[in-house]
Design a protein. Structure first.
Length: 490
């Protein structure tokens, strides 16, 4: 029988009150790995109740003591890296090395959050008036929750969890029901790290579990990463319930290639961006816009790289790209490719209808290159979340920037060029929160916030770094006087 996963509440593992179970599948083989419960509203109530009780003492714990379990967690993550990476590959589908890279980013966030005694500092002024001082201090919110997606099960929870608990909050994680095993393994390490009971909770589940979190009056803030449609729903519902919300949505990330770019380097980087993690990341390059004479060399070289990419099960040696997450995702991606062809695009490399020997039941879409994708077509507007790169062509940088800014999304935009003036113009004019110059995945390090504009983000404060500290704290301003004499004159 496959493993039946448990929730984690009040410092221990607990069976869900919900009776419905979903199967967790290996996307490379469709083999059943585990069963995950769809937790009920009663499970959410219990998690919030446990967190609220723990918060009373946790918020009074000095910041320097609150980060001690995070220091221990860093070591546990390092020593369990191989086991965690294998779990990510088994249930998410990415290659082992991609899973290792993801976990390295998780560890970065733990390291940054360990600096919260400094990051959480306020400010003060003496004698704002004679004998009167004023102070700004930061205090935690209370119980907070995060709803995380399938594509980075080892990293994205750590965009939120370390900052939330380091600042004195108690934290509830609702991981994706598609990839719950990674979170279960992570919580085993969190349990060993020494957090007091109730500071951390994990509740498995689906839509009903999410809505129970959004509506619960005991939860003060919601963090989310996923599709734009879901991000908009969660943001609206959370805000209507009086909660803070930071909701990362979808993306359609363009890359502009200038004629003076190093084409060999650009092609390698672009291929990694477009096909890495099977294109299932919010910073995947999904559109390449060539400018002028860059068209032919870039097209020729990216076609060759796409055809040579080794696709297979991510735990096997030499595999460069794994499957997409599900049969439904595969069907959707192949349908969008067909639709784009109907709108006038041509498939220079077609990744549909191919299988991996020994894994014929897997959800594989091979790297695909579409040329002459119309700017107004569905492929140009929709986040495909698959290994498909669309080619568009412009005569000038001005035209390319206009194509970049036609999107409703604003997660990332990149340029490849040897000209500093063109690079500066690009980063100044493009509507995107993360900008890359000769970089294919402009993912901020953990000590910078993960930005995003337009329909790629709903909220004000992003994940990571000082934005994370600000999101999980509220400011209190104190004005005080101690002199016995009142010096106010009218």
């Amino acid at each position: 029988m496959p493993e039946q996963l448990l929730n984690y509440m009040n410092g221990g593992w607990r069976k869900s009150a919900g009776t419905d179970l979903l199967e967790v599948l290996n996307p490379a083989s469709a083999a059943v790995l585990a069963q995950v419960p769809l937790s009920s509203g009663a499970d959410v109530d219990l998690a919030v109740e446990s967190a609220a009780k723990a918060y009373v003492s946790w918020r009074r714990t000095p910041a320097g003591e609150r980060v001690q379990p995070l220091f221990k967690l860093k070591g546990l993550l390092e020593s369990n890296l191989e086991r965690l990476a294998r779990t990510i590959t088994e249930e998410c589908g990415k290659t082992y090395l991609e899973a290792v890279g993801e976990l390295r980013r998780a560890i970065e966030n733990v390291e940054v959050a360990c600096g919260v005694p400094s990051l959480m500092q306020g400010r003060n002024n003496e004698d704002i008036a004679p004998g009167i001082d004023e102070h700004l201090i930061r205090q935690p919110l209370g119980v907070v929750a995060a709803i995380t997606p399938f594509n980075f099960p080892g990293m994205i929870p750590f965009w939120f969890l370390p900052y939330a608990v380091a600042t004195g909050n108690c934290f509830i994680l609702k991981p994706s029901e598609r990839v719950p095993m990674t979170s279960a393994r992570l919580f085993e390490l969190l349990e060993s790290a020494g957090f007091p009971a109730g500071v951390l909770q994990m509740v498995h589940g689906g839509r009903d579990t999410v809505n129970a979190l959004l509506d619960h009056p005991g939860i003060r803030a919601i963090s989310f990463v996923g599709s734009t449609a879901t991000a908009r729903h969660i943001y609206g519902r959370a805000c209507a319930a009086g909660k803070r919300a930071q909701c990362q949505g979808g993306a359609k990330n363009p890359v502009v290639v200038m004629p003076d770019a190093d084409m060999a380097m650009t092609t390698r980087i672009l291929a990694d961006s477009a096909f890495g993690c099977a294109g299932q990341r919010c910073l995947a390059a999904s559109v390449a816009i060539t400018v002028g004479e860059a068209r032919k060399p870039l097209t020729d070289q990216i076609v060759a790289v796409a055809r040579s990419r080794k696709v297979g099960y991510g735990l096997e040696e030499g595999v460069e790209m794994g499957p997409v997450i599900s049969s439904a995702s595969k069907t959707r991606i192949e349908g969008l490719i067909a639709q784009s062809e109907g709108e006038g695009a041509s498939a220079l490399v077609d990744g549909r209808g191919r299988q991996v020997r020994g894994y014929e039941g897997g959800y594989f879409v091979f790297p695909t290159i579409l040329d002459e994708v119309p700017p107004g077509g569905e492929m140009a507007r929709t986040e495909i979340f698959g290994p498909v790169l669309s080619l568009m062509h412009a005569r000038t940088l001005e035209e390319a920037i206009a194509l970049v800014n036609e999107r409703s999304y604003g997660n990332m935009a990149c340029i490849f060029t040897a000209d500093g003036a063109n690079a500066r113009r690009f980063r100044y004019e493009v509507n995107a929160g993360n900008v890359g110059v000769n970089v294919g995945v402009a993912a901020p390090m953990a000590y910078f916030p993960f930005s995003g504009w337009g329909e790629s983000f709903f909220g004000d404060l992003h994940a990571q770094a000082d934005h994370g500290v600000e999101f999980y704290t509220q400011t209190k301003v104190v004005v005080e006087r101690w002199p016995r004499d009142w010096s106010r004159r009218f």
